[in-house]
Unconditional design. Structure first.
Length: 143
């Protein structure tokens, strides 16, 4: 699937925030549904006319075989039940659907010579999952 099929592709985004990705995709004619756990942020995005629902990944449960693409940028590291999350993603995707994900690489600590045991986390919400290329591959093999 190519994102050049505007109007033909249905996209979902977990952790949609105030709608940066939503606005970009909507301007280009894609069918978009965002899911944002923080209700105040989701309502703010809705006030801009963006289709962002005030619910977490569990909101995908209402969308069986609906989406061609599910996006999650810098979200999975905050989710306490990755199995459940991937299960909802898998069920919400159409046959041959695509997942677009980005996560921080835990091995970035190797970039720091002096304090290699420090996690270098952002302030809350903190990361509860830490990914390397190897463990991310193992996690996604089940779905």
């Amino acid at each position: 699937k190519v994102l050049s099929n505007r109007g033909e592709l249905s996209l979902a985004e977990l952790g949609a925030g105030v709608g940066v990705v939503a606005k970009y995709l909507a301007k280009r004619g894609y069918e978009y549904t965002g899911f944002e756990l923080n209700e105040a942020i989701a309502l703010r995005a809705q006030s801009y006319g963006l289709n962002i629902l005030p619910v977490g990944f569990e909101g995908l449960d209402s969308y069986q075989n609906q989406f061609d693409v599910v996006l999650a940028f810098e979200v999975l590291e905050h989710i306490d039940d990755l199995g459940q999350c991937f299960g909802f993603i898998a069920k919400s995707l159409k046959v041959n659907g695509v997942i677009g994900i980005s996560v921080p690489n835990f091995e970035k600590y190797k970039n720091y010579e002096t304090i290699q045991t420090r996690l270098f986390q952002d302030k809350p919400p903190i990361h509860i999952n830490f990914f390397t290329l190897n463990n991310f591959h193992k996690i996604t093999l089940n779905f």
